[in-house]
Structure formats: structure tokens, C-alpha cells
Design a protein around this ligand. Structure first.
Ligand SMILES: CC(=O)SCCNC(=O)CCNC(=O)[C@H](O)C(C)(C)COP(=O)(O)OP(=O)(O)OC[C@H]1O[C@@H](n2cnc3c(N)ncnc32)[C@H](O)[C@@H]1OP(=O)(O)O
Length: 526
């Protein structure tokens, strides 16, 4: 069951030290509340509080705490409301807290008093844990820039909200007094991003951003809006005062100011935040910084969703429909799966056998397309047939209607043969599996994707097509975003051969775990 924890920290440099103990509690969300020596004050609030420092001084502390949680696979939110309003006596969280950790040795009475008096949202039976604080290290230096602004703005894609995003958003919240506007890039701005098809829907990313902001400080006004150009509302809204950018988007911030100046609007104060370095690169293909691109890479070869039940199919052989756009590398994925023990049916090659002289389809195709599709030996010349159908929807559809039913019958025969030879997992590799409606004939679908520009490059090399012809072939196919709908596993052959092999091995391992868990093997070797 999902569990939420709260770590109450008095020395922010010790977060990394206590994380292994926190991890033992199998949390999936961790709030962190930094209390600069004020635990006793929260318990016995006094009317006079010393004049609080500007929240901006906590900037480095907050960044430091996020970096210390990297690599722990936890959804972390460092709470800022109390740092911004030291007069508050209660800590509010959106999710109820199941376990509270203190980075100091406290008595049971002290911890329970804190739980009762200071936390607004705890579960029944919430536990308290006092962690050994060992010796303290020096807290990070305070930030010099203490200014705050009524209206702050920032923008980004915010896919799979990670520590880098959270730092950027926290930096904005720490400096914002009244209203924070966040522009979230809509689908039209994502085309050039790595594995763009795996980026979450804009409305989902907007809601994740808002949920995080309301978690860390529910006391300011948030306006989270979709943007379809790099500037969003920054070049039209006069009330904005500060923009928060990362090292990478600094140039964009400066460009915004150029435009504002041209329009006689007050330029924004540009606050730039350093990118966070990745603490645990899992693949050499990953970037050195913490990035959502890295997180998307890690998704390749994992199980994205549970397959839909297929009561129409016997449990074994377990059929995987392997599909993907033209030149997306399905065949190399299929071959690797075969090496690892799967049965493999290459439907494209199987289709070609149905075109041979003597097969019923041979005559049907000649009757429909004419004898110009025949070569000197009377065999169907696929290149000629391809040139007739690709680019002519009606003809392609006629070909498909003639080929697919016969091809599925032949595929079923091949499935039976492979099963009889002991293959309990069989991969049905078919370029247009979905268009043929064959996903219903398979227990699950895996998709291989590459960016369209890479498909064009490969087609020019592999099929000797010119640029226009290659684009025509690629554009005629459904886009990757459509291909991956409902797929349990997505793979990409965009990188090295080795990386593809690692993805396929991972997918094969996860598939076996799933099949064992769901009882598919029933004593049979998978
Ligand atoms: C349901 C299935 O997916 S079965 C497998 C796909 N085959 C079919 O649908 C049968 C109809 N197609 C054919 O017979 C052949 O593609 C022909 C005769 C039109 C052309 O033959 P060839 O020039 O040898 O091309 P080839 O078969 O290698 O196909 C080239 C690309 O066209 C695409 N393609 C193949 N069939 C189709 C189709 N019916 N509709 C749209 N695109 C198709 C594939 O993406 C393939 O690229 P890939 O191998 O990288 O995936």
C-alpha cells in the first residue's frame, strides 16, 4: 500500500545520512519539513517571534535537501509554507502522513506532542521514528539574494516531475509573495524532445505541477497555464516581475526581456538556477543532468501497463504482437527475443510466401493489379506492387483486404507449429498489426519507436528512397503516439545496438516476472 512519510529535519545537511533508514519504511512519498531549531517553538508557540529572514535565504538549503534524496526513487516534496511564514503552528500536507521521522533523538512524549499539535493531516495509527542524529555537519551557506516579488513566472515541460523541476518550482515559490504563474508546454512544443511520445499529456503535467505547488506552499495563488510558444504570457503580462530559469533556459529568459523592452514593458528580474547533476546514471545513453529525458529512457523495456484480458485466447502459447513504424527496428528486437527463447513469426516474410506462384493469393493479386506486377519468372515483384500501393490509399486497402485474412490463417498455423516445438511465448512481428486489428489476437502488444526523421534517414539508406519518397512512406503511417496506445512495452532502437539489446533483455525479464505472477506458466517452461 502507498505510504507517505514526513521527515522533520533540524540539520538539512544530514538528509542523505538518514535516507537509508527512511527507505526501510517502503514509502512512495516523502515530505521534508526543515525546522531551523524551532521544534520547541512549534510545540510551545510564543506571541513574539523574532523577525523572520527572507525565505529566499533557504534557497541553497532546499536545493541541498533535494540533491541528497536523489537516487532513492521517492516522490519528495520539501515543504516551504512554514519557512515562508514562521508564525504558522501547523504543518499542512495534501496527503495524510503515515510515519514521521525526526533527525534528532527525541523522547516518545515529545514526538507524540508534535504529532498531535503540529500536523494537520495524519492517518490513524501514524507512527513516529527518532533517527540517530550522530554528529552534525555544517548547514549550507544562506543565499545572498533575499528579494521577493509579488508576481513570479516560470515555464517548462515538467514531464515526470523530478528533483530538477522541484528545485526550479521551489526557487520560484521561495521568492514569490502573491501569485506564481507556470507555463506548461503543450503537445505542439514537444516534437524535438527525446522520446517525445512518452511525455505525459499536457493536462496531466499541469495537474502534477499544481499538486506539487499546493503541497509545498498552499498560501500563494497559482496560475498553471498551457503554452504553445517559448514565451507564453511573459511577453504580454505587465505585472510579472521575476522569471525563474535554469542554466539551459537562461537564453530564453533574456530573449523575453528583449521583447518586453521593445514593447516598453518592464524587463523581468531573471533568476537562474543551476542544473542538478544526475547522481545515479543508469545507462551511458543518459544525460549527466537530472532530466525527464533520462527518466523516459529508463521506461524503455519496462512494463507500462497491464494487458487487457483476452478471454478469447488460450493462456498458452502467450502471444506478443510486436509492431512499430517503418524502419523502427522491429526485426532486430524480434531476433533478440528469439535468441532469448521466444518463438518468432515475421509476418512480412510470411506474407511474401503467400505471393508465390501456386498460392491462391498470387492469382487474386494479378487479377486485381494486372500482370505489370509480375517479374520475368512470373513471380510478384514486390517493389512494383509496393510502388502501386504506397501512396494510393484505396489500392493499399484493397491489397490489405486480400492479404490479411489469408496471412492470419497462415500465422495461426505457424503459431501451432512453434507451440508444438515447445515455444510457450511467441512473438508475432507485424508492421501494421493494429490497422489489421490483430492486437485482439495477441495477449499484449510491444511497440518499437524511432523519431520520424531517423526513420527517413534509415529508409534513404536501406531502401534507397529519396527524401520526399521516404517522408511520404513515414507520414503514411500512424504516428508513434498512436502506436504506443495500449502497448505494455515500448522499445527504441534509436541508440546503440547494445542499448537495444539491454532494453529487450529487460522487457523479457519483466514479462517473465509478470507471467509467473499471473500464473501463466502452470508448471510449463516459459
Ligand atoms: C498485419 C501486418 O502487419 S502483416 C506485415 C505487413 N505486411 C502486410 O501488411 C502485407 C502487405 N504488404 C506487402 O505485401 C509488402 O509490404 C509490399 C508488397 C506492399 C511491399 O513489399 P516490399 O517492397 O518488400 O516492402 P516491405 O514488405 O519490406 O515493407 C516495407 C515497409 O512498408 C510498411 N508496410 C508493409 N505492409 C504495409 C501495409 N499493409 N500498410 C502500410 N505499411 C505497410 C512496413 O512498415 C514496412 O517496413 P518495415 O519492414 O520497416 O516495417
Amino acid at each position: 500500500m502507498a505510504k507517505t512519510g514526513l521527515l522533520v529535519v533540524t540539520n538539512p545537511s544530514r538528509v542523505a545520512r538518514v535516507m537509508p533508514d527512511v527507505q526501510k519504511h517502503f514509502l512512495n512519498k516523502l515530505y521534508i519539513q526543515y525546522l531551523p531549531t524551532r521544534l520547541s517553538r512549534l510545540l510551545t508557540p510564543t506571541s513574539s517571534s523574532p523577525s523572520p529572514p527572507s525565505p529566499a535565504v533557504f534557497s541553497k538549503t532546499v536545493i541541498g535537501m533535494y540533491s541528497q534524496t536523489l537516487g532513492h526513487n521517492l516522490d519528495v516534496a520539501v515543504l516551504l509554507a512554514y519557512l515562508k511564514n514562521p508564525g504558522l503552528t501547523t504543518i499542512h500536507t495534501q496527503k495524510p502522513i503515515d510515519v514521521v521521522f525526526f533527525d534528532q533523538v527525541l523522547s516518545g512524549d515529545e514526538m507524540n506532542a508534535f504529532l498531535k499539535k503540529c500536523l494537520a493531516n495524519v492517518t490513524v495509527g501514524c507512527t513516529v521514528v527518532s533517527l540517530d542524529n550522530a554528529d552534525g555537519e555544517k548547514p549550507p551557506e544562506a543565499d545572498n539574494d533575499e528579494r521577493m516579488y509579488d508576481n513570479v513566472v516560470l515555464g517548462g515541460t515538467f514531464d515526470r516531475l523530478h528533483a530538477g523541476h522541484k528545485i526550479l518550482l521551489s526557487e520560484a515559490v521561495l521568492r514569490c509573495r502573491r501569485k506564481l504563474t507556470v507555463g506548461v508546454t503543450d503537445e505542439s512544443m514537444l516534437k524535438s524532445k527525446c522520446l517525445t511520445e512518452l511525455i505525459g499529456a499536457c493536462h496531466q503535467r499541469m495537474s502534477d505541477v499544481l499538486e506539487f505547488l499546493q503541497d509545498i506552499d498552499p498560501n500563494i495563488e497559482y496560475d498553471v497555464v498551457p503554452i504553445s510558444d517559448p514565451f507564453g504570457p511573459t511577453i504580454v503580462e505587465p505585472s510579472f516581475e521575476m522569471i525563474v530559469v535554469s542554466d539551459e533556459t537562461l537564453r530564453g529568459g533574456l530573449k523575453i526581456n528583449e521583447i518586453r523592452t521593445e514593447k516598453s514593458m518592464k524587463p523581468l528580474v531573471v533568476h537562474s538556477v543551476n542544473l542538478l547533476e544526475s547522481a545515479n546514471k543508469q545507462e551511458q545513453e543518459e544525460e549527466d543532468k537530472v532530466s525527464s529525458g533520462n527518466l523516459r529512457l529508463r521506461v524503455l523495456g519496462t512494463r507500462l501497463s497491464k494487458p487487457e484480458p483476452r478471454p478469447n485466447l488460450p493462456r498458452l502459447p502467450y502471444l506478443i504482437g510486436l509492431t512499430g513504424g517503418i524502419a523502427s527496428g522491429k526485426s532486430s528486437v524480434g531476433r533478440r527475443l528469439e535468441e532469448m527463447g521466444a518463438g518468432l513469426i515475421d509476418c512480412d516474410s510470411l506474407a511474401h510466401t503467400l505471393y508465390k506462384q501456386g498460392e491462391p493469393l498470387h492469382g487474386k493479386l494479378v487479377e486485381f493489379f494486372g500482370s505489370s506486377i509480375l517479374d520475368a519468372e512470373g513471380e510478384i515483384d514486390r517493389k512494383v506492387l509496393g510502388s502501386l500501393v504506397f501512396g494510393d490509399k484505396a489500392k493499399l486497402s484493397a491489397l490489405n483486404n486480400m492479404v490479411w485474412p489469408a496471412l492470419w490463417e497462415r500465422t495461426k498455423t505457424e503459431i501451432s507449429k512453434l507451440h508444438a516445438c515447445g515455444k510457450n511465448i511467441i512473438v508475432v512481428e507485424a508492421a501494421v498489426l493494429r490497422q489489421a486489428g490483430w492486437e485482439k489476437n495477441c495477449h499484449e502488444v510491444w511497440v518499437s519507436i524511432i523519431p520520424p526523421a531517423e526513420a527517413v534517414r534509415r529508409l534513404k539508406d536501406r531502401n534507397n528512397l529519396d527524401e520526399d519518397a521516404a517522408w511520404a512512406r513515414v507520414s503514411a503511417q500512424p504516428p508513434n503516439v498512436e502506436q504506443i496506445i495500449g502497448a505494455t512495452t515500448v522499445l527504441s532502437t534509436l541508440w546503440t545496438y547494445d542499448f537495444t539489446q539491454r532494453q529487450v533483455s529487460r522487457a523479457w525479464r519483466h514479462l517473465h516476472e509478470y507471467l509467473e505472477k499471473e500464473g501463466f506458466s502452470q508448471g510449463n517452461k516459459l
